[in-house]
Write a protein that binds this ligand. Structure first.
Ligand SMILES: [Fe+2]
Length: 208
């Protein structure tokens, strides 16, 4: 097994962050339609880490568990291609509610706001509805099925075996797509990595 040092269990998602076309358009959707209050709206003029000069806003909407969905509005150099509807294979975010009635109420509300919403789709452990935010991000609202815990426990017992079989089945195709070296890469060789362009905030503090 791993010889890496022990660390505390990662508790939950504090925030996940995405690029948006426009902060106010995004606020309308997440606050007025999805009911998540705008909690932080911070304006910056420098990219963290690199010090590159750029004006941007970082905004955060609070979910029911006090965690956040966050956005960057960085219009300089951005164009409409960034906000084409993404495939759910590439990216999607699922919110959870408790009951089938709540799920249907959300579908009605989102449709009435002019954002097409479909489902529920049966995934055999959850049921979900689907829609897009104004930035092309696929979103999902889901409920756990009554047998959710049993299905998850059964799948958990098999997960590593299933993954191993899948890896073997798809290896040849992936070698053609990516090359074996990319597939077998794990940690990178730090001695060959140039970190000189990364500014450490503690360096700044030390200089003051
Ligand atoms: Fe999903």
């Amino acid at each position: 097994m791993s010889s890496l040092p022990e660390c505390a269990m990662l508790k939950h998602v504090h925030h996940s962050a995405y690029r948006c076309r426009d902060a106010e358009q995004t606020r309308w959707f997440y606050e007025d339609v999805l009911g998540l209050p705008l909690t932080l709206a911070m304006v910056f003029d420098e990219e963290p880490g690199t010090g590159r000069k750029i004006d941007y806003m970082h905004l955060f909407f609070k979910m029911g568990d006090d965690n956040f969905i966050a956005f960057f509005d960085a219009p300089e150099g951005a164009d409409e291609k960034l906000f084409r509807a993404r495939s759910a294979f590439d990216l999607h975010l699922a919110f959870e509610v408790d009951t089938r009635e709540e799920l249907k109420a959300w579908r009605r509300r989102i449709n009435q706001a002019g954002r097409p919403c479909f489902g529920p789709i049966d995934h055999e452990f959850i049921h979900s509805i689907y829609f897009f935010d104004p930035n092309g991000i696929p979103l999902e609202i889901t409920i756990k099925d009554p047998d959710y815990e049993a299905v998850v426990a059964k799948d958990a017992a098999n997960a590593h075996r299933v993954l191993k079989e899948w890896t073997e089945k798809t290896r040849a195709l992936k070698e053609r797509n990516f090359g074996a070296a990319a597939l077998d890469l794990r940690g990178i060789d730090m001695s060959k990595t140039d970190f000189s362009k990364i500014k450490n905030p503690s360096d700044k503090a030390a200089q003051q």
